[in-house]
Design a protein around this ligand. Structure first.
Ligand code: G1P
Length: 296
């Protein structure tokens, strides 16, 4: 794959039931981590890789995502008049990019969500970012995946080792390590039982795909949960072309889960220069007495 990766697809049509009632009327992608919604971390990750076009697959109750990445004249005037230049620059920055929104219409699965992007992606390689898998902004996972994909001219999935008790929540691969942390994939299964998982290597929410995946998804029958699974389409692709996995050893937070979301909030707040000092002091003062109390 020598063509540049210029486009990223962000599936964002899910109902976010694990965060109800917070997500009853607003999208889970808009839940803030410190001072930015989750989806903005994902967009900035793509932006850092020189991706220029952002394709959001949305659904009902997701209008706030469109507003978030658009200009907001009234607010901008207000900030201008108050001389709040830094805030103004911050809220205008991402609106300069090109965003496209496609409504998925029915919750038919991740494979189907990706297929919705076909008219916008056309005939180029592209990234897929699942925004509830939050990657530490200091890590360069997506850049490395684009690089591997360019070198091998192939599809690349991000992988992480996960404990047996959690494996049923992921797509899982079988493969052979062909260079450090790069696996040539030989099989994959969507959300297997722990006893049937081919390894502990789980697919996490970053993919570099080639446009030939669209015709394969079109032929993919509903799989796990009655949904059209991207994992099943990738398994079919495997019969014709090599597919690689990149084992990511950095920090990922499962922002789709309450504990993962809280971990991301705490750790990213501890890194955020505007709040880290005060927040660290607060955490220490809250936690230290608890630890002392627990000592025998
Ligand atoms: C999706 C994919 C799964 C992958 C996971 C990563 O599942 O279907 O293969 O392991 O994302 O987060 P979901 O979490 O959307 O159910």
């Amino acid at each position: 794959m020598t063509q540049k990766v210029r486009k990223a697809v962000f599936p964002a049509a899910g109902l976010g039931t694990r965060f109800l009632p917070a997500t009853k009327a607003s999208p889970k992608e808009m839940l803030p981590i410190v001072d930015k919604p989750m989806i903005q971390y994902a967009v900035e990750e793509a932006e850092a890789c020189n991706i220029k076009e952002f394709i959001m697959i949305t659904g009902k109750s997701k209008r706030a995502i469109e507003d978030h990445f658009d200009y907001a004249w009234e607010l901008e005037e207000n900030l201008k008049n108050k001389g709040k230049k830094n805030l103004l620059r911050e809220i205008q920055r991402l609106a300069k990019h090109q965003f496209a929104y496609i409504r998925q219409g029915a919750p038919l699965g991740l494979g189907h969500a990706i297929l919705c992007a076909k008219p916008f992606v056309k005939d180029e390689p592209f990234a897929v970012i699942l925004s509830d898998d939050i990657i530490d902004p200091d890590d360069s996972l997506l850049k490395e995946m684009i690089d591997i994909s360019g070198r091998h001219g192939a599809t690349v999935l991000a992988l992480q080792r996960v404990p047996k008790a959690e494996i049923h929540r992921y797509g899982v691969i079988a493969g052979t390590e062909v260079e450090k942390n790069v696996y040539k994939i030989s099989d994959m299964v969507e959300k297997p039982k722990a006893s049937e998982a081919p390894s502990d290597l789980a697919i996490i929410g970053r993919y570099i795909l080639t446009p030939d995946i669209f015709s394969i998804i079109e032929k993919t029958s509903p799989g796990k949960g009655g949904e059209i699974q991207l994992t099943d389409a990738l398994k079919s692709l495997l019969q014709k072309k090599p597919v690689y996995g990149y084992l990511f050893e950095g920090k990922r937070y499962d922002g789709g889960d309450k504990i993962g979301y809280l971990k991301a909030t705490v750790e990213l707040a501890l890194k955020n220069p505007t709040v880290s000092k005060q927040f660290k002091e607060y955490l220490l003062s809250t936690i230290s007495p608890m630890i002392t109390k627990e000592q025998p």
